[in-house]
Write a protein that binds this ligand. Structure first.
Ligand code: ATP
Length: 199
């Protein structure tokens, strides 16, 4: 599905990633832990081609469609959650009202709520960020600190959702400080001083 090979990234003299290699296969969930500033977001940005590595290669299978939640997702603040999701999916011609409504309801969000996203809490915004990363049937899903701001019930829903996605043979990489309880990972790594350590 994805092969990351010998990726290094320097920002001037700051070497953030030092010869990172790992791979993920269909139906796997991989966790990458690391302190603030250890390079988790940088690695995701390289995988999604938002930034170029200093060296190394990213190889994706030809059928891969990437969904990603990286840092704080940006929305059109004066529009509703549903309108934002519609806008994002329409960019790829991929909006499906029942998929998006079901995902919103599973996260205790009301698809008919017309309030602007600017009125949403951090956790609510985070949920919309997760939904946009999976709503187009993406099969490689990168989630950076996905549970930030989520309440315990929503975290349970999120773990259920991840298990469903795994059963659909989708691959998921989660970068976060903590492992999610009740979720079985196929591999766990730690980013430390630029190196990716297998745990
Ligand atoms: N565009 C950039 N220019 C210069 N330095 C950068 C840039 N982007 C990231 N860095 C540096 O790279 C390092 C890793 O940042 P990154 O955001 O990848 O860490 P992170 O592990 O995602 O942190 P957090 O857990 O706080 O989100 C930091 O030292 C950061 O200052």
């Amino acid at each position: 599905m994805l092969q990351v090979k010998n990726i290094s990234k320097n920002f001037k003299k700051n070497q953030v990633l030092n010869n990172i290699s790992f791979q993920i296969y269909p139906g796997q969930i991989v966790h990458i832990a690391g302190r603030n500033g250890s390079g988790k977001s940088t690695l995701f940005k390289i995988i999604t081609h938002l930034i170029k590595p200093t060296s190394g290669t990213i190889t994706l299978d030809s059928n891969v469609k990437i969904g990603a939640l990286i840092e704080n997702p940006g929305f059109i603040e004066y529009e509703s959650a549903l309108t934002n999701l519609k806008f994002l999916a329409n960019l790829n011609n991929a909006f499906d009202l029942s998929t998006v409504s079901n995902l919103m309801e599973s996260f205790y969000l009301n698809p008919n709520d017309n309030s602007p996203v600017s009125k949403y809490s951090i956790g609510m915004r985070q949920k919309i960020g997760i939904i946009q990363a999976i709503m187009e049937d993406q099969n490689l899903i990168l989630l950076d600190e996905p549970t930030r701001g989520l309440d315990p019930e929503s975290i349970e829903q999120f773990v259920d959702l991840l298990n469903k996605l795994r059963n659909q043979n989708k691959s998921i990489i989660i970068a976060s400080h903590d492992l999610l309880p009740d979720l079985k990972y196929d591999a766990t790594y730690r980013l430390e001083k630029g190196l990716l350590v297998h745990e």
